[in-house]
Design a protein around this ligand. Structure first.
Ligand code: HEC
Length: 209
């Protein structure tokens, strides 16, 4: 009995944390107007967001998962050669080794290499990105990141939609994974019931019931 209660509570706690309220995830304290949040969470805006990213951000930032490289790296003839060998998305170690000089010269200009933004959405979430991109100085005082999107909250939200599309699976893929999850758990439940019935039968046959 105690065992049953213990494992039930443990299982419920596990799914509560995984699905409902992840107490280990960082809690957001940044605000984002709902209308801009809607734009940022809509995959349909990712394409336009990509164009906006290339215009406004790709001079400094890379999105390696999407084969977007900073202007300095694009100007380097090695890029084309390496892409012929490795494909459009270069392995990180190759990228960092070959373009070290270009990355370091950006460090000289900005005091820091502008980070690759392939997974920034997963790390920071939409609220932080929205506030940081619109007003970098307010969120990170003294940062070398310039305020390039001042007064353009909708475009900023579209850029976030793009960054989301790079680091998160597409809605179709997510739906597929959800179905897989439900099927797996359903299978476990059905098997559990069958094993339980089987056990009862064996106990009865043994005269223990
Ligand atoms: C002139 C170069 C430059 C441009 C253009 C630029 N950034 Fe940055 N960005 C930087 C630098 C440098 C940093 C590192 C700042 C730091 O850590 O202080 C940075 C940091 C960031 C970060 C990380 C913030 C963090 O908390 O770690 C994000 C996100 C970001 N930029 C997004 C963007 C987006 C989106 C655009 C286009 C709208 C953009 N940046 C345009 C130079 C630039």
């Amino acid at each position: 009995m105690i065992k049953t209660i213990f494992f039930t509570v443990l299982t419920l706690a596990f799914f509560y944390i995984v699905w409902i309220n992840n107490i280990f995830a960082p809690h957001e304290k940044y605000e984002m107007p709902p209308e801009h949040r809607m734009i940022a969470m809509d995959y349909k805006n990712a394409k336009e967001g990509r164009e906006l990213f290339i215009q406004n951000c790709a001079s400094c930032h890379s999105v390696r998962y999407d084969a977007i490289y900073p202007a300095q790296v694009q100007a380097n003839p090695m890029l084309k050669q390496l892409q012929e060998k490795y494909g459009k998305v270069l392995p990180r170690d190759v990228y960092e080794a070959v373009f070290m000089n270009d990355l370091n010269s950006m460090k000289e200009s900005y005091g820091k290499i502008p980070p690759d933004l392939s997974t920034i959405y997963l790390v920071k979430g939409p609220e932080y990105l929205y506030n940081f991109i619109l007003e970098p100085q307010k969120v990170l005082p003294g940062t070398a990141m310039p305020p390039v999107m001042t007064g353009r909250p909708e475009d900023t939200a579209k850029i976030i939609a793009y960054l989301m599309s790079v680091s998160e699976p597409s809605p179709a893929e997510k739906a597929k994974r959800n179905i897989m999850g439900v099927v797996t758990i359903g299978y476990l439940i059905v098997m559990g019931i069958l094993i339980w019935i089987w056990r009862e039968r064996i106990l009865k046959r043994m005269g223990l019931h």
